[in-house]
Design a protein around this ligand. Structure first.
Ligand SMILES: Nc1ncnc2c1ncn2[C@@H]1O[C@H](COP(=O)(O)OP(=O)(O)OP(=O)(O)O)[C@@H](O)[C@H]1O
Ligand SMILES: CCCCCCCCCCCCC/C=C/[C@@H](O)[C@H](CO)NC(C)=O
Ligand SMILES: [Ca+2]
Length: 494
């Protein structure tokens, strides 16, 4: 009775309490060891709930109830079911896309073994699509999917798969609302469906930076309890033409070159990033150009704050997207030779860099942290890169500057409208290509590529605007590590 009162009364103030009920099952007798004799007319009932574990992990636990009185037992079950049904933030019907080729190619297995049983326990029904080719999920969402049927979309894969879902949902929402994506100044309409990410990729940066861990069970439980975290999305344009959306890293120079090289080594799996990272570090190419940016002056934080974006952080959405003409005067310009130009719209924390490229970046503040790494010695660049993995301030170096911005543009030196792209496409940059593949040569190619959330962009000259809280995820942001009394004293019913 003590337990039943706890469980019946607690779950409905759920957000921050330790135990959140996931679902309720009337188990067959063979699954449980009865504490006292049971008969088929008095089967035990099992309530599954969420329990926090170490390092931002969540796990599922069960409490089994026995009740000798059939009517009372039925009343318990009925009450719990009614209360769970009344929680409108919880999804009841989901559209799931699985990339069978992401990361270590374990997507289907992860979903079937770890996630589907939890969704079933929580009475969530699903339509599952295993993708057959790249952009399958994006195109299905854009045109075909009957979105009205669902309370959310879940992707099983890595950052590339998440990016497909974002492109499909955002494009569909704009089309249905008559918004032209090609105009860089257009204010985009936020997507209503939340997105869940079951990590099964190589970097899993979005999942890691929004949950604190890339663990499929934890992510599935955040979906089940109906968490919601708004997130910024950048739109990337070239000559008034829409190119792509980005929600984590836009990187030119080092990260662009790492990606371009690693794409040719997909067969290596997640290890390709280490190999290409080391190779690119050795080539040490720099790129010349001008970065102009609109600083975010109306916000409280800076990229060098000690505070981090954590669950419950409140932003001011009304200050977010601003059109160019209104603010044209406030733009700053930095010209020079750069080893890397990175725009981190979130921390970009991942297992390789637990604090991320910009540890103090916020998920939903309508800004991106623009990190400019000027040409410097290999030794200094290594010091900068190693700070991605240490506790030291990675911006505290003379050749690194960081600005929190709402918009920015990059124009490579010698860029003349579309001649840049023509040159690349016609293969006339043969010399550059030879240098790129030839670490001993000290010549730098004229252009790098942009790494846009793990996809290569064909243009070097781009214009970027941040759209505040354009999408929502089934997470709550990274929780501060609390003191867990229930880790030390697990519930006695277990
Ligand atoms: N069935 C498929 N066959 C081939 N490619 C696919 C398929 N489904 C999706 N893709 C593409 O695979 C690419 C990589 O997928 P994903 O992001 O899941 O894994 P990853 O690249 O290993 O991980 P990360 O992006 O975290 O580094 C995505 O860009 C996606 O468009
Ligand atoms: C020579 C030693 C170098 C060590 C430096 C390690 C730093 C690694 C930082 C990785 C940050 C990755 C940010 C995430 C980007 C994603 O958008 C993208 C797609 O998954 N991933 C990559 C690797 O481009
Ligand atoms: Ca941001």
């Amino acid at each position: 009775l003590k337990h039943s009162l706890f469980l019946l009364s607690q779950p409905f103030k759920l957000c921050n309490c330790f135990k959140v009920i996931i679902g309720l099952m009337v188990k067959s007798l063979s699954f449980v060891k009865p504490l006292y004799p049971v008969t088929p007319s008095r089967p035990p009932s099992t309530v599954s709930y969420v329990e926090r574990a170490r390092q931002h992990r969540w796990q599922c636990s069960d409490v089994t109830f026995h009740c000798s009185e059939g009517a009372l037992r039925q009343q318990w079950i009925q009450t719990i079911r009614e209360q769970l049904t009344a929680l409108t933030s919880r999804p009841k019907h989901l559209l799931v896309y699985i990339n069978p080729h992401g990361g270590k190619q374990q997507g289907e297995c992860i979903y079937e073994q770890k996630v589907a049983p939890l969704f079933a326990c929580a009475s969530i029904s699903t339509d599952v699509i295993v993708t057959e080719h790249a952009n399958h999920a994006r195109d299905h969402l854009k045109t075909e999917a009957e979105l009205k049927k669902y309370d959310g979309v879940v992707c099983v894969g890595g950052d590339g798969m998440f990016s497909e879902i974002v492109h499909g949902l955002v494009s569909r929402t704009q089309r249905e609302n008559g918004v032209d994506q090609n105009s860089p100044e257009e204010k985009l309409v936020p997507c209503s469906l939340r997105i869940g990410i079951i990590p099964a990729g190589s970097t899993d940066c979005i999942c890691y930076a929004t949950v604190g861990i890339n663990d499929p069970v934890t992510s599935a439980l955040h979906v089940i309890v109906g968490d919601s975290q708004p997130m910024d999305v950048c739109s990337v344009h070239h000559n008034n033409t829409f190119l792509r959306y980005s929600s984590s890293l836009l990187g030119y120079g080092f990260y662009g070159d790492v990606l371009a090289d690693s794409e040719r080594k997909r067969w290596m799996g997640p290890a390709r990033y280490n190999f290409s990272g080391f190779k690119t570090f050795l080539t040490h190419h720099h790129y010349e150009g001008a970065v102009s940016f609109l600083p975010a002056t109306d916000i409280l934080g800076t990229p060098r704050d000690k505070t981090r974006c954590r669950a419950g952080y409140v932003t001011l959405p009304n200050l977010c997207f601003c059109s160019i003409p209104e603010y044209e005067m406030g733009w700053g310009v930095v010209r020079g030779k750069f080893l890397a130009i990175n725009a981190a719209s979130m921390s970009c924390a991942c297992p390789r860099s637990p604090k991320g490229l910009s540890p103090a970046a916020h998920l939903a503040d309508g800004t991106t942290d623009l990190i400019l790494v000027r040409k410097c010695s290999r030794f200094n660049f290594l010091r900068h890169l190693l700070r991605h993995t240490s506790k030291d301030d990675q911006f505290d170096m003379t050749f690194v500057e960081v600005h929190r911005v709402r918009r920015f543009r990059f124009t490579p030196r010698h860029w003349q409208n579309d001649s840049e792209l023509d040159l690349r496409e016609n293969g006339k940059q043969l010399f550059s290509q030879i240098c790129r593949d030839h670490p001993a040569c000290s010549c730098s190619p004229a252009y790098s590529s942009w790494n846009c959330d793990g996809e290569i962009l064909p243009h070097a000259a781009i214009e970027v605007g941040v759209h505040c809280q354009l999408i929502k995820l089934f997470t709550r942001g990274i929780e501060e590590q609390p003191l867990f009394e229930d880790l030390a004293n697990p519930p006695c019913a277990l």
